[in-house]
Write a protein that binds this ligand. Structure first.
Ligand SMILES: Nc1ncnc2c1ncn2[C@@H]1O[C@H](COP(=O)(O)OP(=O)(O)O)[C@@H](O)[C@H]1O
Ligand SMILES: [Mg+2]
Length: 234
């Protein structure tokens, strides 16, 4: 197995919570192989979003280590200056959120182009990649539309294209179907699967729904600040 991501003994508390409160994450360890599709399951408030933020380097744990392998090198987040961590994130990781988080003033196409431009691609390269991805997610005909002119399912498809534009090794999807009706949710899940297969991108899908989690090959259950394989719970 080619390792991609490893978290060891990750602890995270929010400092403005009560001083004697137990941390949200109380020693979380996990390993993810390149190209693997894993569901992170747990009830609302269990700490799924918190963990995804840490795994994506958007926030730092109180203790524990998180490492990401890229091009044969191992990057330990805690040892990277903020700027370097941000560059690594932009290059290696795609994020998908429940509320899409598209920029409202930009068209669908521009939204997909932004991370590519930030990564240093030329306008022409970014345009080509973004157009191809919009085609891939079935949204090319909506390229010039702004988010407000798109349905939730359409916005999430644009967000998926945006997450993939820098050809990430890892996609972190936080309740990506949480705001969608069941037909659109199924479409988005199918798309995530196809893209993970076609681009060999690993994916961690956070969801409170055991049914959505079944779409993944492996399930990890987050409860009481710790992770366990789904089988140990059932
Ligand atoms: N920025 C924050 N400041 C303080 N508490 C937070 C913050 N983010 C999350 N929490 C708390 O941490 C716990 C876990 O939240 P979260 O990671 O969002 O869980 P989930 O995504 O599983 O619903 C909750 O009790 C939540 O209220
Ligand atoms: Mg959440």
């Amino acid at each position: 197995m080619t390792p991609l991501l490893r978290a060891q003994d990750v602890v995270k508390a929010y400092s403005h919570r009560l001083p004697h409160d137990t941390p949200v994450l109380r020693g979380v360890s996990l390993e993810l192989a390149a190209g693997e599709f894993v569901a992170l399951v747990g009830p609302s408030g269990a700490g799924k979003s918190t963990l995804l933020h840490l795994l994506g380097g958007l926030d730092m744990p109180d203790s524990g280590t998180i490492e990401l392998w890229l091009d044969g090198r191992c990057y330990r987040y805690g040892e990277l200056p903020d700027g370097e961590r941000a560059r690594l994130r932009n290059r290696a990781i795609g994020f998908i959120f429940q509320a899409y988080h598209l920029l409202p003033e930009l068209t669908a196409l521009e939204n997909v182009m932004v991370p590519a431009l930030l990564a240093g691609l030329s306008w022409k390269q970014a345009l080509q990649r973004a157009t191809a991805l919009l085609e891939r997610v079935g949204m090319r005909h909506r390229a010039e539309h702004r988010p407000a002119e798109l349905s939730g399912g359409e916005q999430q498809r644009v967000a998926i294209a945006r997450a993939l534009v820098n050809r990430p090794v890892l996609v972190l999807a936080d309740e990506p179907t949480g705001s969608l009706d069941s037909a659109n949710a199924a479409l988005v899940l199918q798309l995530l699967h196809e893209l993970q297969r076609d681009f060999a991108t690993a994916c961690i899908l956070a969801t409170h729904s055991p049914e959505v989690a079944r779409a993944a090959v492996r399930q990890l259950y987050l409860r009481d600040g710790r992770l366990s394989p789904m089988a140990e719970i059932a």
